[in-house]
Ligand binder design. Sequence first.
Ligand SMILES: [Zn+2]
Length: 153
Amino acid sequence: MKQKSKYQKELEKEPFYNLKDEDFGEEVKFKIDENSFKGGVPFKCHGKNSILIDKKVSFNDFEFTYPVWQCSKCKKEFLDFEQAKRYEKFLIMKKLLEEDPITIERNMNFDGKAFFFRFPKELTSNLHKEDLVDIKLLSTDGRMFLVEVKHGH
Ligand SMILES: [Zn+2]
């Protein structure tokens, strides 16, 4: 078995269930139904379908909206797999703003046509040749990006 990278271990420290978040002033608890990985199907609670609501969270100047299923009776919130993934992105962004995340400096390379950089070896054990790189531009000067490596098919 391959050893997990340090980065991956860091990510896994933050589970996206039974979240406790002091910053929101209240304990936020989610239940993720392991049988409901399809998404779009309301969770059942108190014998009824839960309803889809948009939850807004913010800290500093950063605001984030994400959908959750909520029981109208006990107000318990449920996340399906897609929602959990979305919420996980929020946690990553939050971590970025709050703490000093693991940072790696690389030299820029130029082959006469294109600019490129190499990923450090320690971070590539989980990457595959078929993966797709999703690049989101974060700043208008074109020098800040969010890079996500997605599973290709
Ligand atoms: Zn309920």
